[in-house]
Unconditional design. Sequence first.
Length: 228
Amino acid sequence: MTITDEVQREARALGDPTRHRLFRYIVDAPGPVGVAELTGYVQLNHNAVRQHLAVLKDAGLVTEELEKRTRPGRPGLRYRPHPEIVGRWDAPGAYSWLASLLSNAVRSGESSRQVGRRDGGRRAAELVGTGDSAELFEAEITRRGFRPKRVERGKRVDFVLQRCPFADVAESDPETVCQLHLGLAEGLAEGLGDLAVEGLEMLSPRQAGCRLSILRCSSTLAKTSSSS
């Protein structure tokens, strides 16, 4: 699908006034938004809102994730802007996150890898215990806009990153951006548990295809074997 096709698909989804309102609310929200909150905002019933959200999701405008619950009950769904719509439909996105991390690195004197590692650990703390560690890892780097293709070889899991969400910056300063990505992966793996980053093979950000390799620890393999 070409960029033009993607934009036309998105435009059709946003052509409905209610879907456009829901999308703008999700884009402007400081974090992921639940269905109940959106239902209250547009004053429609739950099923109608879910149908509109399904269209936005299918159009690649929003992503869907399960909330992390600290109390009994079924976890609800949460919605965020899709990381690949940055720059379209007045949607801020990944570059504001990148700017924030690099600003932190300048202020603290830490390397981009250290800052990325801390941010990965923070995100892992929100996800840990909600599913298989490798699947959570994959979901998070997908949410960040990397389009990973997963290849498993025993305890080793390779993710071929088919897109760099920061190609413009990475092309001029690959060391800073790629090291930040490596740190993010390390923080995620350590925080989720049962995973370790083996390495990141860096290629041209424009061509993509960088390979991120992680290892499942023995406890993860044991869980996977017992569930199969």
